[in-house]
Design a binder for this molecule. Structure first.
Ligand code: HEM
Length: 216
């Protein structure tokens, strides 16, 4: 239950973060203004950050514990391991989760703490006096290596969520014969929509559809 509830909070964050990020397609004024509004939240922003951090740590701690308990429940491994029903996604929750964690650490160092690329801290403010998140994202994603890593991470996020979002209902006991397969399909559609939404950003920069704009 804790894994389910902490997971759903993370899903809500991921939806909100995507909607915020997609504003890059509306131009620098939109996305930079949006980032400024977030910063204006002041102490509330720090409270949200703290809740997210505790949430993600609890999600990881309890999933790893679940994985260990499952393994202990059958110390001797199966001599012949035929997969009957479990999907590829459900069998790889721990590994996709661990690569996602590595992605989040890199992502925070890159865009939030801005410790990876010295150009980010040196960016001039936009004409409205806001930090230029737009140019930071464009500069970041012009590297095919960085964009490739993001797209791979978004693929794993989708894989992770395609299983996780529908398991949520099962973990809470909200399960029935007609509804469960539909929830599983809805979870998969939702996860791959997130993949398309997030990946569209590095892809659009690499294709030159979203590019640096002069401030004059
Ligand atoms: C293409 C995909 C993504 C893009 C373009 C993106 C973009 C950004 C940007 C620009 C920031 C810094 C905002 C600022 O300081 O003004 C940020 C922060 C952050 N991102 Fe992402 N992000 C992406 C995917 C993700 C994913 C998948 C997750 C989580 C699973 C995530 C979690 C975070 C977190 C936790 C922060 C820190 C927020 C804060 O400082 O309060 N991001 N992201």
């Amino acid at each position: 239950m804790i894994v389910a509830v902490t997971g759903v909070i993370l899903i809500l964050f991921v939806i909100g973060h995507l909607l915020g990020n997609l504003q890059i397609f509306l131009g620098p004024a939109w996305i930079n203004g949006y980032a400024e509004h977030l910063r204006e939240l002041g102490p509330l922003l720090w409270i949200i950050r703290a809740i997210l951090l505790i949430d993600v740590l609890a999600h990881i701690y309890y999933t790893v514990r679940l994985a260990i308990e499952n393994r202990r429940a059958r110390p001797e491994s199966y001599r012949r391991k035929d997969v009957v029903k479990a999907s590829f996604a459900s069998r790889h929750m721990v590994i996709s989760g661990m690569i996602l964690l590595a992605f989040i650490v890199f992502h925070l160092l890159q865009f939030s703490i801005r410790a990876i690329d010295p150009r980010f801290a040196a960016l001039p403010h936009d004409p409205l006096g806001h930090y230029d998140v737009y140019s930071m994202m464009v500069l970041g994603f012009t590297s095919p290596l960085v964009s490739g890593f993001y797209i791979l991470a978004m693929f794993l996020l989708a894989l992770h969520l395609s299983h996780g979002s529908s398991s949520f209902f099962q973990s809470l006991g909200l399960n029935n014969k007609n509804l469960t397969p539909r929830l599983a399909s809805a979870g998969r559609v939702f996860a791959w929509l997130l993949f398309v939404g997030y990946s569209s950003i590095p892809a659009a920069v690499l294709l030159g559809w979203v590019h640096l704009r002069s401030h004059s």
